[in-house]
Design a protein around this ligand. Sequence first.
Ligand SMILES: Nc1ncnc2c1ncn2[C@@H]1O[C@H](COP(=O)(O)OP(=O)(O)OP(=O)(O)O)[C@@H](O)[C@H]1O
Ligand SMILES: [Mg+2]
Length: 258
Amino acid sequence: MSKHILEARGIDVRFGGVHALTGVNLHLRPGEVCGLIGPNGAGKTTLFDVVSGIRRPDRGRVLLHGADITRRSPVWRARHGMRRTFQRQQLFGQLTVADNLLVAQEWRGGGGGLAADLLAAPTRRTHERERRARASTVLRECGLAPLADDYAGALPVGRARMVELARAVADPPGVLLLDEPASGMTAYERGQLSAVVRHLAEEENCAVLLVEHNVAFVMELCARVVVLDLGSVLAEGTAAEVRANPEVRDAYLGTSAA
Ligand SMILES: Nc1ncnc2c1ncn2[C@@H]1O[C@H](COP(=O)(O)OP(=O)(O)OP(=O)(O)O)[C@@H](O)[C@H]1O
Ligand SMILES: [Mg+2]
């Protein structure tokens, strides 16, 4: 078995004349938090779309636990432990925070099918209890317990982003893809986000790929950082290595990260 839980090999994506990704290689080990940074339009979200199965690459392969999943659907990937959050918020606004988490666990089914639905079978009630227990644990870990009964649509943006994270981890994932999760968060909320991500990686052995424009946040949280520019990997290394790379500074960091 591969030591990498996730690999993308030689990924090309074109939108007409735009080469959004060219020959991109990426790998994630279980339990690591890897940052993906780069200027606007570098191809970060497109790479997430390819890895999560929303977009088929023009060339290249995606592997999960060493097995080729390039042609697998997003749902198949989700069932096999892959979760993502989106750059633009996607919550059920008319549901409460707690219900957003319960819905996220719904795809497992309650056990027993329609007959169990009709008879309110004991297994069904046990599953329901387990889900509610898991939802309240995750809400507590994400600092959302006091907001459990609030409508998701009425939350300030930073809290809503945290609900998205909570929803993505309601079932513990093996691979978690976070597309700008800290945008709109306060410094306090970013601290909570870091703590949740660290816990997932260190305690649950989850591999996390984090896209974020807040470079200080990425450098602090990620042991390894990959830099995309114009659809290709420009650099890869520890936070310190990437920060010191002159090409990266020219393309992205400017002088602000000095
Ligand atoms: N659906 C699409 N149709 C056409 N071009 C697209 C599409 N999606 C992305 N692109 C183009 O592909 C390139 C990569 O875009 P992508 O959204 O992946 O960048 P990004 O690194 O996520 O940028 P940002 O930091 O702004 O989120 C850009 O040139 C973008 O305009
Ligand atoms: Mg993007």
